[in-house]
Structures are given as C-alpha cells and as structure tokens.
Ligand binder design. Structure first.
Ligand SMILES: NC(=O)c1ccc[n+]([C@@H]2O[C@H](COP(=O)([O-])OP(=O)(O)OC[C@H]3O[C@@H](n4cnc5c(N)ncnc54)[C@H](O)[C@@H]3O)[C@@H](O)[C@H]2O)c1
Ligand SMILES: O=C(O)[C@H](O)CO
Length: 439
C-alpha cells in the first residue's frame, strides 16, 4: 500500500483535477485554475525531490495535468488517469522525456521568457562576485582577519574594456551580454549555432537615427565604442574572452561542452560562469583545473549531480557556488507558476498556443484578462512523422525548424507549415496551428 502524500486542496469539487508536485510562489496561478473549474491539489511533502512512487500516488486514477520530472512511467500513469497535460515550471525541459509524452498524447509545457532578465542578472552577479573575490573577502571580514588596508588585499579582475564571451546567445545569453556591455563597457564575442541578430543590432545597429546602438552612443560621447564578434568556433570564445558565461540548452551537443581540454584553452585568469545546466561542464575536470590554477575563477548556479557538488569543489576558494537560484526573483517565480498553470489549463480546455517565447507579457499582466491560450507548448516531432504528414519539405529545413521547435495543438486535418526564420517573422495564427521556432 503506497504511503499517503500530504496535499493542500483548492476548489475540491472542481470538474478538472490539476496536481502540482510543489507549492509554487504567489496565488494567481491557483486562482486562474480554480476560476476555470479546476480542483487544485498541491503537494505539501517536506522533501524537495519526490520519488516516482510519490508522484504515482499523487496522480492516482484521475488527473488532468501536472508539473515535475517526467518519463515513460509517469506519463503512462498520467495517461491512464486520463491526463492530457503537463508543464515544467521552468524554461529548460531536459528533465522531460518529450518523446514519452508524445507517445501518450500528453502535451508538454514550459515557461520561457519570464526568466530571461532574472537569470541574466544572476549570471552577471556571479561574474562580478567571482571577478572581485567578494565571497572570500566577506568570509575574511566575518572571521575578524581584517586589520587594515593593504595594496594586495583581494586583488581581482577589472571588467571595463575586457572581453565578455557568451556561449549560447539565446534569450538569456543575449540579455546577459547586453548587461555586461552596457554595464561594464565590455567587448563581446559569442558563439551560437544561430546568428544572434537582435544582440548584434543592439551593439552596432543601423544608422537610422542619431544613434541606435550602444556602440554609437559611446562614440558620440567621446568613448571607445564597444565591439562584438560572432565566433566561428567555441574555442575562439574560450581563447579570447576574459569572462565567459554559459547559456545553451542542455542536450547531447552541450553535455560536457566545457571539458578538460577546453578549460586548458581558457586564459589562466579567466572567469567562467554557469547558470544554464550543470552537465554543460565536466565538473570533475573543473575541480582539477581550479586546484591547478588559483587565479582562474568560477561562478556556478548549477551542478552536474545536483543537489550534490563534485568532490573537492566546495573547498575551492576560487569558486563561488549558489543553489540553482538564477530564476529566483519574486516576479519571475510567480510568473513561472502562472505560465505553467496556463499551459495545463489551456491544454485541458483545448486552447491554441499563442505565446511568443520571447514575450509572455499578455499572460503575466494582471490588469488585463488572460488570453484563452497556452503560453508555450514544446514538442519534438520525429522528423519522418512530420514529413509523412506533409508538414515539411526537406530534411535540412526540418532540422533547422524542428531543432528548437514548439508546436501548437494541431486542429483536425493538421496544418501547413509556415516557415519562419526568426521570431520577428512570426504571425500568430488565429487557429494557433503554427510551428513556432524559439530563438
Ligand atoms: N539556472 C537557472 O535557474 C536557469 C534559469 C533559466 C534557464 N536556465 C537554462 O538556460 C537555458 C537557456 O535558456 P534560454 O531561455 O536562453 O533558451 P534559448 O533557447 O533562448 O537559448 C538557448 C541557446 O542555446 C543555443 N545552443 C543550443 N545548442 C548549442 C550548442 N551546441 N552550442 C552553442 N549554442 C547552442 C541555441 O541556439 C539558443 O540560442 C535553458 O534551457 C535552461 O537550461 C537555467
Ligand atoms: O530552466 C529553468 O527555467 C530553471 O532551471 C528553473 O529555474
């Protein structure tokens, strides 16, 4: 007999049953569900990570939608309970086996856009904290060791005029790059599979008014304009940058992206920041690199074996470590909860997906009615399936369009694939049946 799980219930007589495996910030997300005749059950178990058995118990024999780590066992259980909808309370969904969800006809939601600035700000904070040895200095003061100003005390790295490197210049990577350029007049080098056109325009822009870019603003004011470069290889970023921040998705191409060899390419006094996913760095190799290079510094929000750190990391003074808090601002976390709830609600109600992954404002503005839509539903088509359905023409186009694709609930009879090069070209379809690229 499975151990009972403690839960808090809202709107007990609701027609739909939505289960959240964690309490989430704010209460707007609850009201949005209960207002639409949902019974909401919130798990109030003390432990942070629930076991599969815990979640199977939570699902029970009737459930319409949910949030948590997910694979074959849980999606099949959700399906058996009549469930059709799941949402991550996160923009990253590497913890979700989307193919398993597809197999059981369960839509998978995520929460893009609402975390962008919050996460980028934490990455910028880690960059500064590591570069200027803030944690070491704080511990020195608290230990009562300060006995007067010294020329060499906690000397760190100046950022102004140096080069900031971004690997993964998507929403968060581009927001971080802008902060470091605007805030510290750093020059940019970035590496991504796709061109970051909006970011490049921000730095240099077109001459359409007195100055439409930050570079021109500086020049007009007699300062050295900042420069930018799209690196041909990741190694170019590692070689040239003084501060490097990692913002790619975690997939098979980015697993251990930063390994022993690539750490060896970086400057001996570089700062490396990771607020993406822990496994993007070979953490055991990083520990050895930190031991051998005391002037090399890291700022880490995520870890390869979360919630654990690799042996030796916590002893390294040239490492700043925080527990996956990059999205932890009140506005962002309440917004993530709202978007996750609206993904689940929208799928249950059969709403189309009208969210632009770069702008969720319409769902987050409490002063206006919530659109009858899902903010962001992700789905990885099997390319052959899409081609069989006549949705796409060639494998190459498919690869580009489907790698980072989100798809909307397709109305009966499927839809014709509209080919978009970037989010500027997206015209949101009233039918909601478009294939949406996330930049
Ligand atoms: N630490 C946190 O709390 C936190 C918060 C938010 C997001 N994240 C992580 O950050 C990731 C990025 O979020 P986002 O909203 O910016 O996503 P995004 O999709 O806008 O950007 C990801 C970028 O990575 C690039 N990319 C993919 N594979 C690559 C590769 N092999 N080499 C170089 N670039 C590659 C993509 O082209 C894209 O531009 C999320 O997937 C998530 O894992 C972490
Ligand atoms: O992917 C994300 O959104 C974060 O890791 C959650 O804070």
């Amino acid at each position: 007999m499975a151990k009972p799980i403690s839960i808090q219930v809202w709107n007990p007589s609701g027609k739909y049953r939505v289960v959240s495996t964690k309490s989430m910030p704010g209460d707007r997300w609850i009201r949005l569900l209960t207002d639409q005749d949902c019974r909401v059950e919130i798990c109030t178990e003390e432990k942070t990570i629930l076991s599969v058995d815990d979640i199977l118990t939570l699902i029970g024999d009737r459930c319409d939608g949910l949030t948590e780590d997910w694979g074959e066992v849980l999606f099949s259980a959700l399906k058996r309970a009549g469930g059709t909808s799941f949402s991550n309370m996160a923009v990253g969904y590497n913890n979700v086996d989307v193919s398993a969800a597809n197999k059981y006809g369960v839509a998978v939601g995520n929460t893009p856009g609402v975390l962008t600035e919050t996460t980028a700000e934490l990455a910028a904070a880690l960059s500064l904290t590591a570069a200027r040895r803030i944690v070491e200095a704080d511990q020195f003061m608290r230990a009562g060791l300060y006995d007067g100003w010294l020329p060499h005390l906690f000397v760190g790295n100046l950022l102004k005029g140096q080069t900031v490197g971004v690997i993964g210049a998507g929403r968060i990577g581009s927001a971080y790059a802008r902060m470091m350029i605007e805030g510290f007049k750093m020059n940019l080098i970035y590496y991504d599979l796709y061109q970051a056109t909006r970011l490049e325009k921000f730095v240099t822009g077109m001459l359409s008014s007195p100055f439409t870019s930050y570079g021109q603003f500086l020049q007009v004011n007699g300062e050295q304009p900042v420069t930018w470069k799209r690196a041909a290889t990741m190694e170019d970023v590692l070689r040239e940058a003084d501060v490097i921040s990692l913002h790619p998705v975690l997939d098979k191409t980015t697993y251990h992206l930063i390994n022993k060899e690539r750490l060896g390419i970086m400057k001996k006094e570089a700062v490396l920041v990771n607020a993406s996913r822990g496994p993007v760095i070979d953490e055991a190799a990083l520990v050895e690199h930190l031991k051998a290079n005391p002037m090399f510094r890291v700022g880490l929000d995520v870890f390869e074996d979360e919630p654990l750190m690799k042996p030796g990391l916590s002893e390294q003074k040239n490492a700043v470590v925080v527990p996956h808090i990059a999205s932890a601002s009140k506005w962002t976390r309440e917004g993530m909860a709202t978007l996750a709830a609206l993904n689940v609600l929208g799928t249950i109600k059969g709403y189309p997906v009208l969210g632009d992954p770069n702008s969720m404002d319409k769902f987050l503005d409490e002063s206006s009615p919530v659109p009858a839509a899902c903010p962001s539903i992700v789905c990885k088509f099997q390319i052959c399936d899409a081609m069989q359905d006549g949705l796409v023409q060639t494998a190459d186009e498919t690869k580009h369009l489907l790698d980072l694709s989100s798809i909307l609930a397709l109305p009966k009879g499927g839809c014709s694939l509209r080919q978009f090069k970037n989010l500027d070209d997206i015209e949101l379809s009233a039918l909601g049946a478009i294939l949406l690229l996330t930049a």
